[in-house]
Design a protein around this ligand. Structure first.
Ligand code: TXA
Ligand code: MG
Length: 313
């Protein structure tokens, strides 16, 4: 493949990117969570190329991104809880797994052959501009090689995928910084992945706590393989100081060579997490110690990503 083209996030840039997408090409684009690697969700060839570019196992399904909830309901059947959450959190960092409609027209590669579809309406202006210019659903996993750190700036995308994808729409840094929260709404609402919308906020909107994780009937999001979001170095969690040879990633009162948030702010920590992991790679850190992060709100998503970064490979 030829060199990856870089577009601005303005109307011109999005129109040019949409032309590539309509031809079955792949274009990475910013969302408020992380950069996604977009391809036409209705086109087998485009979706197959997404898996190929990322080196992603084909049993791991993709999220379909759409411009609004009405479009989402043309692809999947909303439950009452889904309508409630859509009204409150879309556009935003929430992905809902729902029964796919028979006439959805989505490539079976998107759902890995299953009959449920993961749907998200992103809030980022540029993502919305691109979705409107394209005029259909975009399958978009995070725009990183499978198993590596998710990209929160266009340079991360190019680091991992330059030459493997047709384009990237560059619109600066992602404000949320961790991926969307994934909820399975086919039965009792179940949290499949902690993410940019705190589980507590979803529970409050639903008036009931979410079930968590997989059971026999509902395996967790298959993409949640244990080693993931991995920097090159070995990661040690809940460290209050660095041991010899470690680079320290601090938080709040625990200082470090780098910090997620000196003020102990979880929103800032989520927004900077992946950039700091990329920085640690760039520094050549081969042993990394990470300060404790409180396990509530966005801290749940941060700790989930850190545990995967620390998992044995
Ligand atoms: O914030 C995000 O969600 C970003 C941006 C680009 O939207 N996307 C993202 O995609 O994180 P990805 O592919 O890295 O993660 C999608 C997750 C995977 O763990 C996958 O297994 C799960 O969603 N998933 C997709 N379809 C599913 C389905 N039908 N049932 C259960 N899990 C599903
Ligand atoms: Mg990912």
């Amino acid at each position: 493949m030829s060199k990856t083209q870089v577009f601005f996030g303005d109307q011109n840039g999005c129109d040019s990117a949409a032309v590539i997408l309509r031809r079955g090409g792949l274009v990475a684009f910013p969302t408020e969570t992380v950069y996604g690697l977009g391809g036409d969700a209705r086109c087998d060839r485009a979706v197959a190329r997404i898996f190929d570019a990322k080196g992603r196992p084909s049993f791991n399904p993709l999220i379909a991104h759409v411009a609004d909830a009405d479009t989402a309901w043309t692809l999947a059947h909303p439950t009452e809880a889904a309508r409630t959450l859509a009204a409150r959190f879309w556009p935003g960092a929430l992905t809902m797994v729902l029964p796919m409609r028979d006439d959805a027209g989505v490539s079976p590669l998107v759902t890995a052959g299953g009959d449920s579809l993961a749907l998200r309406v992103p809030a980022h202006d540029t993502a919305r501009r691109l979705l409107r210019a394209f005029g259909g659903p975009l399958a978009a996993p995070s725009a990183n090689p499978s198993g590596r750190i998710s990209p929160t700036v266009a340079a991360h995308v190019l680091d991992g995928l330059d030459g493997r994808i047709d384009g990237v729409v560059d619109d600066g840094a992602c404000a949320v910084g961790v991926e969307s929260t994934i909820v399975d709404l086919r039965a009792t609402p179940r949290l499949l992945r902690a993410g940019g919308i705190p589980a507590e906020a979803l529970a409050e909107a639903l008036g009931a706590p979410l079930a968590v994780g997989g059971d026999d009937a509902t395996p967790v999001a298959p993409g949640q393989l244990s080693s993931h979001y991995a920097p090159r170095g070995r990661v040690r969690l809940n460290a209050t100081s660095a041991q010899k040879g470690e680079v320290m990633l601090g938080f709040g009162d625990v200082p470090g060579d780098l910090t997620l948030s000196a003020g102990g702010d979880l929103t800032e920590a989520a927004a900077t997490l992946f950039a700091r992991l990329h920085d640690l790679d760039a520094m050549g850190a081969d042993r990394i110690a990470v300060a404790p992060i409180p396990d509530h709100g966005l801290g749940l998503a941060i700790n989930d990503r850190l545990r995967r970064a620390a998992a044995p490979r």
